[in-house]
Design a protein around this ligand. Structure first.
Ligand SMILES: *[C@@H]1O[C@H](CO)[C@@H](O)[C@H](O)[C@H]1NC(C)=O
Ligand SMILES: *[C@@H]1O[C@H](CO)[C@@H](O)[C@H](O)[C@H]1NC(C)=O
Ligand SMILES: *[C@@H]1O[C@H](CO)[C@@H](O)[C@H](O)[C@H]1NC(C)=O
Ligand SMILES: *[C@@H]1O[C@H](CO)[C@@H](O)[C@H](O)[C@H]1NC(C)=O
Ligand SMILES: *[C@@H]1O[C@H](CO)[C@@H](O)[C@H](O)[C@H]1NC(C)=O
Ligand SMILES: *[C@@H]1O[C@H](CO)[C@@H](O)[C@H](O)[C@H]1NC(C)=O
Ligand SMILES: *[C@@H]1O[C@H](CO)[C@@H](O)[C@H](O)[C@H]1NC(C)=O
Ligand SMILES: [Zn+2]
Length: 429
């Protein structure tokens, strides 16, 4: 019986192992099953919100890529699938129609940008070429894109299941210090202007003047002429974009603007102290201004001194921080796709917006209404407020007719390619 007993013990132990295995199996199955269904729920919730409410990104450099890679020749190329194009040093292009659709993009501020090297030379021409190439692209794919200029037109395009396409001029160098060009850009549909890129204009300072030991020449924020540009933009209803500007420029603008401003692609300075990011005291001013900070996915703005790849939770931390300091009405998304050489893991291109939304939902402290504000509700409200204030201002302020002071141009060596007739030459009379 010793054997039998042993046998029984063995059988018994097999039995209890089986029982435990079954219990463990069932438990694991239930837990995994529950986790799986939670994931489906978050993914489904993100999908549904994006299907019913437009996601409007603040900044995308597709036009810059088309200039750099295709020299603005769109006729012989396929814009549905651009995965084969090398953006730079082996990074694939981040935008095309297939991926925009997969990413459920409802609207996009297409960045109208050429580099600072054009300033004082052919800046106006090169920016016009970028508007023209986007006009042609929107026309060629008019079943996909719809050119829009107002909050109402954004809603109409979204209803028609087309990607609402807005223009934002990136870099005040585009207007060559001329109110006439500023107004003509507005007429062409440009609805925001970033006051500077990574170079000063003769009337506003860029972020790099804030770098430690910077030796760049400065205006100390906005000049008197720059303040008039701000008022004219308010009067026109062109949003003021403070991404790329210096902190003093931000403060000067926030002290005088009548309308809510935007940061079209910047992140939180407290989490990464890059001069392109927004400090907490400015975030508080944005809250009282009713403006918006649209979070950039640029890895170098998300984690400073990177030892590892930037991930979705790292980007979410910036969104959460800006929401916490500036409020739920002042946060948005401005990923800067095709303007960045590197991307966070999981957010490789425009097809990935649902992933970051799904992650925020999974945190448990973002309601559907919060998500709707983040993805597009807030920027639409900012556009609407700019529209309203512009209508009011046009009753009391006339278009500006000032010339920039000649000395401001001389300071930046920007007189070489100008014939200065309006300053000095009356010989044609
Ligand atoms: C545009 O690109 C296509 C495809 O490469 C080419 O066939 C066409 O000749 C180009 N057009 C011009 C005007 O260069
Ligand atoms: C896009 O084109 C590449 C080849 O250039 C191909 O490998 C890929 O499958 C295409 N993507 C889609 C979604 O068709
Ligand atoms: C800035 O300049 C000071 C004084 O010349 C120098 O001691 C310091 O190392 C510089 N800092 C950086 C970050 O270059
Ligand atoms: C804000 O602007 C007013 C003039 O509109 C000026 O008197 C004041 O000094 C400015 N404040 C700051 C902090 O720049
Ligand atoms: C940014 O933070 C790093 C440490 O994380 C510090 O060394 C550096 O001086 C800071 N830069 C500025 C501009 O505050
Ligand atoms: C939401 O919860 C996450 C996880 O606890 C936290 O990190 C984040 O800061 C919270 N967001 C806000 C806006 O409070
Ligand atoms: C001003 O521009 C001219 C022509 O581009 C150039 O030769 C000159 O060196 C510039 N001067 C300064 C101070 O940048
Ligand atoms: Zn930029």
């Amino acid at each position: 019986m010793v054997f039998a007993k042993k046998h029984w013990i063995i059988i018994g132990s097999i039995g209890s192992t089986l029982a435990i295995a079954i219990i463990v199996g069932v438990t694991v199955g239930v837990v995994v099953g529950r986790r799986k269904s939670e994931q489906t729920t978050n993914e489904q919730r993100a999908f549904d919100i994006l299907a019913q409410n437009p996601l409007i990104d603040g900044h995308n450099d597709w036009a810059m890529i088309i200039r750099a890679i295709l020299q603005n020749n769109i006729s012989g190329h396929d814009f549905y699938n651009m995965t084969q194009y090398d953006r730079k040093n082996g990074t694939p292009s981040q935008t095309d129609i297939i991926r925009l659709r997969k990413g459920q993009v409802g609207g996009q501020f297409w960045s109208i940008y050429t580099s600072c090297e054009h300033q004082g030379k052919d800046a106006i021409m090169s920016f016009m070429e970028q508007i023209d190439v986007m006009n042609r692209l929107i026309e060629k794919y008019s079943d996909v894109f719809q050119f829009v200029r107002t909050a109402n037109e954004i809603r109409q395009a979204f209803q028609a299941k087309r990607i609402a396409s807005l223009f934002g001029v990136e870099g005040g160098q585009a207007i060559e210090s001329s109110f006439s060009i500023l107004r003509l850009f507005y007429q062409m549909g440009v609805r925001y202007m970033t006051l500077t890129h990574n170079c000063n204009t003769p009337w506003a300072d860029q972020n790099q003047v804030d770098r430690i030991n910077s030796t760049l020449i400065k205006n100390n924020g906005l000049t008197e002429f720059g303040k008039k540009i701000i008022t004219e933009m308010n009067r026109l209803g062109m949003l003021i974009d403070l991404s790329h500007v210096s902190k003093k420029t931000m403060l000067d603008v926030l002290n005088i603007t009548r309308s809510p401003v935007i940061f079209s692609h910047s992140s939180a300075w407290t989490l990464c102290n890059h001069t392109r990011n927004v400090q907490d005291d400015v975030l508080q001013l944005i809250k009282s201004n009713r403006g918006i900070v649209m979070v950039a996915f640029t890895p170098g703005f998300i984690i400073c001194n990177r030892q590892r790849r930037v991930t979705i939770p790292d980007v979410a931390a910036h969104i959460n921080h800006i929401r916490n300091v500036a409020g739920i009405d002042s946060v948005g998304i401005g990923a800067d796709y095709d303007g960045i050489d590197d991307t966070p893991e999981g957010l490789e291109d425009v097809s990935t917006y649902p992933k970051i939304i799904e992650y925020l939902i999974s945190q448990g402290n973002w309601t559907n209404d919060d998500i709707i504000k983040l993805i597009g509700g807030n920027i639409i409200r900012v556009i609407e407020e700019n529209e309203k204030i512009s209508r009011d201002l046009q009753k009391i302020i006339q278009p500006f007719e000032d010339l920039i002071p000649l000395n401001d141009l001389i300071k930046y060596n920007l007189t070489q390619c100008r014939y200065l007739d309006m300053y000095t030459d009356t010989s044609y009379l």
